[in-house]
Ligand binder design. Structure first.
Ligand SMILES: CC(C)(COP(=O)(O)OP(=O)(O)OC[C@H]1O[C@@H](n2cnc3c(N)ncnc32)[C@H](O)[C@@H]1OP(=O)(O)O)[C@@H](O)C(=O)NCCC(=O)NCCS
Length: 177
């Protein structure tokens, strides 16, 4: 049932039953600012988003964004997973948490386990991350995971500068063994 378990968290595939949680998460100010507006306002929108996003990705690539729950309580707190975008050569790490669960180390815990799953279970060679230039929390998290800044990508249509982070430090390299 769970794909990935850590000390405090369990990650599983999303289903359309997670629509109410997805509406909440995708409309948080931090999500809208740092990831973007997916136009998901209703549970019906969210079901479509889950089908066309994560579920389509599981089918096409065998991975995608997973739902992150507190392991004991089974409370959904965020999403974390792997994406293969047409616009990027490599698979990238994506994650977002509800504000009340930020700053507790859950992001690091989920991301570290997801990279381990990607390199170990899936056998991926390289996992990168993209992040808005002004997303200090995410940049700190990526550096803690052992990723390093490689280059600035062309700005989005909204003019946001996006940074590409690539494997380069010890933690993510050691996860390959
Ligand atoms: C980015 C995000 C996933 C981080 O998750 P989190 O659970 O809050 O992160 P953690 O608690 O594991 O902290 C990781 C590191 O970042 C640091 N950090 C957290 N919030 C920070 C902030 N606002 N400014 C600077 N550093 C911050 C932590 O202190 C920690 O570093 P440390 O161990 O050296 O102290 C979370 O803030 C989030 O969901 N943001 C909204 C969506 C988003 O931006 N997603 C990323 C898109 S690339």
């Amino acid at each position: 049932m769970f794909l990935i378990e850590t000390a405090r968290l369990a990650l599983r595939r999303m289903t359309t039953d997670d629509a109410a949680f997805i509406v909440r998460l995708l409309n948080q100010p931090s999500f809208l600012r740092f990831i973007g507006d997916k136009g998901v306002r209703t549970e019906e929108d969210a079901r479509r988003y889950i089908e066309e996003g994560p579920l389509a990705s599981y089918g096409r690539h065998g991975f995608g964004l997973f739902l992150v729950e507190l392991r004991e309580a089974r409370t959904p707190i965020g999403i974390c997973g792997l994406l293969k975008r047409d616009t990027l050569e490599d698979v990238d790490l994506g994650l977002a948490f509800l504000p009340e669960f930020e700053g507790k180390g859950f992001g690091f815990e989920a991301a570290e386990a997801t990279l381990g799953y990607g390199y170990g279970t899936l056998g991926l060679e390289k996992i990168v991350a993209i992040v808005s230039k002004d997303n200090a929390a995410s940049i700190r998290l990526l550096e803690k995971l052992g990723l390093r800044f490689e280059k600035t990508l062309p700005p989005t249509p909204e003019g946001t500068e996006i940074l590409l982070y690539v494997p380069g430090g010890l933690p993510s390299q050691s996860m390959r063994h």
